[in-house]
Design a protein around this ligand. Structure first.
Ligand SMILES: NC(=O)c1ccc[n+]([C@@H]2O[C@H](COP(=O)([O-])OP(=O)(O)OC[C@H]3O[C@@H](n4cnc5c(N)ncnc54)[C@H](O)[C@@H]3O)[C@@H](O)[C@H]2O)c1
Length: 309
């Protein structure tokens, strides 16, 4: 099987590439950034430094003839999308069209798309949020991801390119940078390792549904190998508060951490979790890394990385 991974040198993409390589896929990566020093690209994986929203990307996919494209390239940040909505839309919407045109011409069977909980906005429904909840984004990032989801549906109907839309909760784990969506575990871990004060916005009661990156990579493979087109949350369904995260990091670090409590950030959703049941039913996926275990691995990786740079 041949696969293209856009955004494949990034945090989640690099874990998908590792898993594809272990599963004996032939893999090509498209990314605007070269691989970071924290990741050794597996032997035989081709890395093309390319902007996803360009004709070169479309042509590359068309001529490579992948069976599946894992499409992750994005400016993965809500805040960035508010400051640079044009760039966000160019990367996510034009990028999706380049991927889809390449897939159509290259006779690709499926596109697996990394979407986000941000498409739901801030719905007034019970938590955890299911896939049947009306999408109602409140940021340019959520809006462009939702638009890209619609293009997938259109290309399935017009050209029979199947899709798997995966709406991730907050992904964490080794290789995550300290900016971007859901980076709080990386930010807290790095501050704890460097002996800095942790900045806590609000009373510590804000919750998120944290899912470990290797579980997300596994979900991508399962979604690619399942026939048909579908939309699934990729999540645990459980909420962890910032206060709990700090307690866990203290346990892993083995010492008390200094925390400065600051004003709540405007627009910060109080609670967030996505219902995981459809992924279990649809592709047999269940996230099986407990937050405490995943956090320990992330902390250990961050400690090695901080010592290395
Ligand atoms: N991390 C999360 O918690 C989370 C949650 C929901 C959805 N997602 C989605 O998952 C995907 C991967 O996110 P991540 O956390 O690994 O972020 P990341 O920033 O580590 O990875 C994104 C990659 O896309 C690349 N990229 C950006 N613009 C590009 C362009 N124009 N052309 C080619 N490559 C480009 C970047 O260089 C980077 O390697 C994104 O689509 C993101 O929106 C992430």
């Amino acid at each position: 099987m041949k696969a293209v991974v856009t955004g494949g040198t990034g945090f989640i993409g690099s874990h998908i590439v590792d898993l594809l390589h272990q599963s004996e896929y032939e893999v090509a990566v498209i990314d605007i950034q070269p691989p970071g020093a924290y990741w050794e690209v597996p032997a035989g994986v081709m890395v093309e430094k390319m902007d996803v929203a360009t004709p070169e990307c479309e042509e590359f996919i068309a001529s490579y003839h992948p069976d599946v494209v894992f499409h992750l390239a994005a400016r993965a940040s809500v805040t960035d999308s508010i400051h640079n909505p044009h760039e966000d839309a160019r990367t996510t919407i034009d990028g999706m069209l380049r991927v889809l045109e390449g897939a159509r011409k290259g006779k690709t069977k499926k596109v697996v798309f990394s979407s986000t909980a941000a498409v739901y906005g801030n719905p007034s429904v019970a938590i955890p949020i299911s896939e049947s909840t009306t999408a109602d984004p409140i940021s340019p990032y959520g809006a462009s991801k939702l638009a890209a989801e619609y293009y997938l549906r259109v290309y399935r109907d017009l050209y029979q390119v199947d899709y798997s839309i995966l709406r991730y909760a907050n992904v964490y784990g080794p290789r995550q940078g300290i900016s971007g969506e859901g980076g709080v575990i990386a930010i807290f871990s790095k501050a704890a390792i460097e002996g800095r004060t942790l900045r806590l916005f609000g009373d510590g009661g804000h919750t998120r549904d944290y899912i470990y990156v290797r579980d997300v990579a596994r979900a991508n493979l399962l979604a690619a190998e399942k026939t048909g087109s579908f939309v699934l949350n990729i999540s645990t369904g459980s909420e962890t508060s910032n206060r709990e995260l700090i307690e866990y990091i203290q346990e892993v670090a083995g010492h008390t951490l200094e925390v400065s409590q600051e004003a709540e950030r405007p627009g910060d959703i109080r609670r967030s979790a996505l219902a995981p049941g459809s992924a279990l039913y649809g592709i047999g996926f269940r996230a099986d890394t407990a937050i405490r275990a995943g956090l320990e691995e992330t902390y250990r990786w961050m400690k090695d990385w901080v010592a290395h740079v």
